[in-house]
Design a protein around this ligand. Structure first.
Ligand code: PEP
Length: 249
């Protein structure tokens, strides 16, 4: 069975109400031809999830979020639950992004609990993994990615409820990307680990590459075996750039 790619945009802490114009342009440009080849999603900041979901409701563009708490509700000032995201119209949530792991000390256990919380609300969990520059230089990449996969993905993961994003930390927002061979090595390793852990579900799970993807390198990166799409930061903020990446399919 072939896996339909997903190109997801992570807007991070960017975007105001006026940025809805970029969503409009994406909806307009994401025609039936593109939609037949790859699914797409925008993950705006929390403040825009509800309005974006409303705007995109009649389109083929899905709306996700960038994080959730692992509890459904309670005394967690400033946090947002998966139930709230679902209520706002999100269909997916990114968990374990390296910026959250670094800025908020999120461990694999926390990421695992967040993924479960997402599933409990019927949201797809986009679980991020990836090595730092020091880890790559010391030859630890596969060990680190394997450890993160094992700890961050709950039992019960399926191709429908889980997407994995391999994002080398050193490639995020830097303009640097691994070689196609390096991406192929990590994605083959992840596929094998996921098949070992989840059988046919692991074989069909989407494995995204993320880290400085742009229109100019999307053709090469998206053609790598076991790369089933992209998680895109900076180049997802402008619809024209993002559509340029989708055009790789
Ligand atoms: C990201 O943060 O998920 C990301 C891939 O960022 P960028 O594309 O800007 O490197």
């Amino acid at each position: 069975m072939s896996i339909k790619p997903l190109v997801a945009g992570n807007w991070k802490m960017n975007g105001l109400k006026a940025s809805a114009a970029e969503l409009d342009a994406l909806i307009e440009g994401y025609d039936a031809d593109l939609a037949a080849k790859a699914d797409t999603m925008i993950c705006p900041p929390f403040t825009l999830v509800a309005s974006f979901a409303e705007k995109a409701a009649d389109s083929a563009v899905a709306i996700g979020a960038q994080d959730c708490h692992f509890n459904v509700s309670g005394a967690h000032t400033g946090d947002t639950s998966a139930e709230m995201l679902k209520d706002a119209g999100a269909s997916a949530v990114i968990v374990g992004h390296s910026e959250r792991r670094a800025d908020h000390a999120e461990s694999n256990e926390i990421v695992n609990a967040k993924a479960k919380a997402a599933w409990d609300q019927g949201l797809v969990a986009i679980i991020c993994v990836g090595e730092t520059e020091a880890e790559r230089k010391s030859g630890e990449t596969l060990n680190v990615v394997g450890f993160q996969l094992e700890g961050s993905i709950p039992q019960g993961a399926t191709a429908a409820n889980t997407v994995i994003a391999y994002e080398p930390v050193w490639a995020i927002g830097t303009g640097l990307t691994p070689t196609a061979e390096d991406v192929a090595e990590v994605h083959k390793f992840m596929r094998d680990e996921l098949v070992k852990a989840f059988g046919a579900e692991g074989a069909n799970m989407r494995l995204l590459y993320g880290g400085s993807v742009k229109a100019a390198n999307a053709d090469e990166l998206m053609a790598v075996a076991n790369v089933d799409g992209a998680l895109v930061g900076g180049a997802s903020l402008k619809a024209a750039d993002f559509l340029g990446i989708l055009a790789a399919y």
